[in-house]
Design a protein around this ligand. Structure first.
Ligand code: PLP
Length: 406
């Protein structure tokens, strides 16, 4: 089956938006994807028909809400092929999930002099929580370099792994360059030395799919709002044994077994890591988004988006002065670029006036910008609702802008 683009687009009401009297052309899905009507309806339905707090009530609505929330967890489990649903912890996003890992794994396993390995191409949310941990524990952050194409330097990676390395935390796909990392090699090499690996799947889960058992990653995180789900939702998956060993990070209701002033004991997975009232409607909305993606088929989405990526890359290259930042061997759904020495913000602002939404700046990945010695880029990112016609519009608009500045 291939993607029926008209059918897909019909499901996203926001695509009807007019921007300055021009039809919206949205190429900022790496920041957040739009939501299909069924996700919007699902959230509406939750508040209209089953709004109640979960897990604690004896009454009808509470039971219904709990069932729906846990069903959403089962959907995530199936989607990433986790062995058990209790390995899926709902968070408010990838950032919260990484902070959970850095704090909880960090508190349990990281000591003075230990090393944590990340890469140059990480989003700030997979750098700063580890830096905070390193400051607290007097641990050391090691960084896998990348080459000018935007590929990980795998030999350098191998040489960073040692007895001191306690965790590797690497992104699957770079949000700033589009690089698809050889994540299986990253994991396998770490495992040869019994080092656990956390994968940031924020930019891969919606484009190329995830099978946590096949990958054998130890921890994996992603945001719900980048996979057609609501904002304020995310997932932290972990291997059961590892999650059981990790001390809880946030304390509060639901994460406890028994509280007293002499001793407090903690709940079992996944509740140990879900303190307080979660984003109930959001999680259920995320379950609906996962149904949307599953029904389209991740492989179909990947094939369609790859075609768009190739098409866009070729067309953009025809623009005078075009410089694509990130030309890795394998890429997914993100094109970062500059035109001559025009500031990305200026181009982004002019595109906006033509109804075209792209992102400008460092994309929360400043170390990458330092590597390329640039202040930032323009980033066009692709989702399943984009079309070749929209790419043509982007290329025509950029050509116009380039001429204006020339
Ligand atoms: N990791 C990557 C690779 C990202 O692209 C992002 C967001 O752009 C994040 C983590 C953080 O996601 P959020 O802001 O939804 O928590």
């Amino acid at each position: 089956m291939s993607i029926n683009i008209e059918e897909v687009r019909k499901q996203f009401p926001i695509l009807e938006t007019q921007v300055y009297n021009k039809p919206l052309v949205y190429f900022d899905s790496a920041a957040t994807t739009h939501k299909p009507q069924r996700v919007i309806d699902k959230i509406d339905e939750v508040y209209k028909t089953l709004n109640s707090n979960i897990h604690r009530g004896v009454h009808y609505l509470s039971n219904q809400a709990t069932l729906a929330y846990e069903e959403a967890r089962n959907k995530v489990q199936g989607f990433i092929n986790a062995e058990h649903s209790h390995q899926v912890i709902f968070t408010s996003g990838a950032t919260a999930a990484i902070n959970l890992v850095a704090n909880s794994f960090g508190e349990t396993f990281i000591n003075e002099g230990d090393e944590i390995v990340v890469s140059t191409m990480e989003h700030h949310s997979n750098i700063v929580p580890w830096q905070l941990l390193c400051q607290r524990k007097k641990a050391v952050l090691k960084v896998i370099p990348i080459n000018q194409d935007g590929d990980l330097e795998m030999e350098a990676y191998k040489s960073l792994l040692s007895d001191k390395t306690k965790i590797v935390a690497v992104t699957h796909v770079s949000n700033a360059l589009g690089t698809v990392n050889p994540i299986q090699d990253v994991i396998d090499l770490a495992h040869e030395k019994n080092i656990p690996v956390m994968v940031d799947a924020s930019q891969s889960v919606q484009h190329i799919g995830i099978d946590v058992q096949k990958m054998d990653c130890d921890l994996l995180v992603f945001s719900g709002h980048k996979i057609y789900g609501p904002t304020g939702t995310g997932v932290c998956y972990g291997k059961e044994d590892l999650l059981n060993q990790m001390v809880p990070w946030q304390g509060g209701g639901e994460m406890i077994h028994k509280v007293s002033f002499t001793e407090t004991t903690y709940n079992e997975l996944p509740f140990k890591f879900e303190a307080g009232t979660p984003n109930i409607a959001g999680a259920i909305g995320l379950g609906e988004a996962i149904d949307f993606v599953s029904e389209l088929g991740v492989d179909n989405i990947a094939a369609y988006e790859d075609e768009l990526l190739q098409y866009a890359t070729n067309k953009l290259m025809s623009i005078e002065g075009m410089r694509i930042i990130g030309t890795a061997k394998k890429k997914s759904s993100v094109i970062s670029f500059l035109i001559n020495d025009i500031h990305p913000f200026d181009i982004g602002t002019l595109l906006d006036r033509m109804g075209i939404a792209v992102r400008t700046g460092h994309h929360c990945a400043q170390p990458i910008m330092d590597l390329y010695e640039i202040p930032g880029t323009l980033r066009a990112s692709i989702a399943v609702y984009n079309t070749k016609e929209e790419i043509d519009q982007l290329v025509a608009a950029l050509t116009k802008v380039a001429v204006m500045f020339a």
